[in-house]
Design a protein around this ligand. Sequence first.
Ligand code: G4P
Length: 209
Amino acid sequence: MKLLEERITTEGIVEDGSVLKVGSFLNHQCDVELFDAMGKEWAKRFSGLRVDKILTIESSGIGIACVAARHFKNAPVVFAKKSPSINLTGDQFCTTVHSFTHNTDNTVIVSKRLLTPHTNVLIIDDFLANGCALQGLLTLCKQAQVNVVGIGIAIEKGFQPGGATLRELGYRVESLAIIDKIDPQTKSIHFRSNYEILDRNFSYTRTKI
Ligand code: G4P
């Protein structure tokens, strides 16, 4: 998505070789006009699919998912909470997520009342790197026996394995900007422009939007 790539190019700050800071528009300060355009783009890419609920993980996914929901018939947005305590009452789905990026382990929970079997769920998040957060969300979805109809990502770091792993598993992943390389010397960011995504269920070629 050209608009998002432009913002990453002009405002993104490269740190420590592979960490990209996009706090001025995506995950600290929120540009809601950009979020709206992103929601519109995901709605186009996932058109024809029934989306009953959108699932994300706190914190940065929440704002993006809420604005995107306006383009999915105001589907309710559920966010997995990072909780210091484990599930004691049995009324929550629960798993552990390790973040390589932050080098932390988090217990993440969702109330069983909010994810019920056979619901069609679209997952949305800001970043996809190694994919640990997404794997955690998928574990919660499996526990809840919901149907994951797709995964919408704002920025995929294509040089890390998260996206490829999810596509190999058969999930439809739609990333609005895919970064294939960050040059550690010049700190320049290289986007994937014309790319082909082949997975078990979908076969299509996407040209730059
Ligand atoms: P990981 O396994 O490599 O840690 O990556 P994963 O795809 O699971 O993402 C884990 C967290 O790291 C996510 O935050 C994601 O936003 C963040 N992240 C990964 N790479 C980058 C990056 O280059 N820049 C920034 N700014 N963030 C990155 P989260 O767990 O959803 O928490 P939160 O940050 O939303 O609170």
